[in-house]
Design a protein around this ligand. Structure first.
Ligand SMILES: Cc1ncc(COP(=O)(O)O)c(C=O)c1O
Length: 388
């Protein structure tokens, strides 16, 4: 099929839920993708922060192909090796206690919400099940996670919502202090809000949250779905703040292209789920876990230093561009505030000229593969500069 045929078939057979770019991709390698008409693109999107090793990394392809040819799925009635290997590495990287595998970020957040509520019910009884999230946050598309998401635009037409959520302003110490009450069981945050515009939490705000959590035995849930697994130049973004959450959710980059998510439990929460409390038919799928195990085996100090170094290069070049009002984010998760152009127009212009980029609110958002070199970065940045 050429691009036109793919688009026509999509219009006919798929529910119209996505505002897609005018591009139909068919293959890729590293930071480069090719469309159905043979045009090449530099990719600064990573499938929205998923393809951490770029397109079709040879080691990752070998790991998932080997597993697909050996045992593709068993259900969780049986023990399998790949999920134990991936979990062992996640624990090795985080120093946390144990792992539950699911299939997506929303599902990981749903599970963390359940775990926080069970922890509180078991220890304190009824009436203490409220989760505080932040305005501008994004936690997923299920009913529980759109309720958790502190943005009205995701709520329209989908009420009634789940009870037991409250919203505080990001980086407003007094507001979060005022929202915490005897009903609060957890505070759930992204340390860098992704969909909300690449907004970083400041240290004073995070310190206040950790203080109030410690004082009142409130659990801290870190949504690391977009920020985790090396994206910000640390294995998890909470490491930039020197805190240890009680529940951490990951997805996106851990799979580098296959659907997988996980809840990582800390000391307080490691035994909160008992048998039958939570589950997923596909969770811990051997092929997805073989891919995750491979991704996790690639991440070490050198890998993270590369992310930080190339991220600093992006930032330096962006700040020197005409039309850039500011750069937010950490590592290779960058938000670019524009002084005159609209982000959506810049995205369109870049795609027409061979560069794929994202938006987050009114900013341009860049989430390139974590393996991108400075030379590849410059190739794409030159196209962005011309567009601006
Ligand atoms: C911070 C955060 N949490 C949760 C999600 C939802 O993840 P998924 O789309 O895999 O359900 C996203 C997706 O963008 C996200 O950025």
């Amino acid at each position: 099929m050429d691009s036109k045929q793919i688009k026509q078939a999509e219009d006919r057979y798929l529910a119209d839920t996505y505002a897609r770019y005018d591009v139909a991709l068919v293959s890729g390698s590293g930071v480069r993708a090719v469309d159905a008409d043979g045009r090449e693109y530099i990719d600064f999107t990573s499938g929205i922060g998923v393809n951490s090793l770029g397109f079709c990394d040879t080691g990752w392809v070998a790991a998932v192909s080997r597993q697909a040819g050996k045992l593709q799925h068993t259900s969780n009635l049986f023990y399998t090796e790949p999920c134990t290997r991936a979990a062992e590495k996640l624990i090795g990287h985080t120093g946390l206690c144990n792992v539950f595998f699911g299939n997506s970020g929303a599902e990981a957040n749903e599970g963390a919400i359940k775990a926080a509520r069970k922890y509180s019910h078991t220890k304190y009884g009824d009436g203490r099940a409220e989760i505080i999230t932040l305005e501008g946050s994004f936690h997923g598309r299920t009913i529980a996670t759109i309720t958790a998401t502190g943005q009205d635009s995701y709520h329209k037409d989908f009420d009634p919502f789940l009870q037991g959520f409250a919203y505080a302003r990001a980086n407003d110490v007094d507001d979060i202090r005022g929202k915490v009450s005897d009903r609060t069981c957890a505070i759930m945050i992204e340390f860098v809000q992704g969909e909300g515009g690449v907004i970083e939490l400041n240290s004073e705000f995070v310190d206040e949250i950790t203080k109030v959590c410690a004082e009142r035995d409130i659990l801290l849930i870190a949504d690391e779905v977009q920020t985790g697994i090396g994206r910000t130049g640390k294995f998890m973004s909470y490491e930039h703040y020197g805190v240890t959450p009680d529940l951490v959710t990951v997805a996106k980059g851990i799979g580098s292209g296959l659907p997988i998510g996980a809840i990582v439990f800390g000391e307080k929460t490691k035994d909160v789920f008992g048998r039958g409390d939570h589950g997923s038919t596909y969770g811990g799928n051997p092929v997805a876990c073989a891919g995750a195990d491979y991704v996790l085996s690639r991440i070490d100090e050198g890998f993270l230093a590369h992310v930080a170094e190339v991220g600093a290069h992006f930032r330096e070049r962006l700040l020197a561009m005409k039309g850039v009002a500011g750069v937010s984010g950490k590592g290779l998760m960058l938000g670019v505030a524009l002084s005159d152009k609209k982000a959506a127009e810049v995205v369109k212009h870049c795609a027409a000229n061979g560069l794929l980029i994202l938006t987050a609110k009114d900013r341009v958002r860049l989430l390139p593969p974590l393996t991108i070199t400075k030379e590849e970065a410059d190739e794409g940045l030159n196209i962005l500069e011309a567009a601006l």
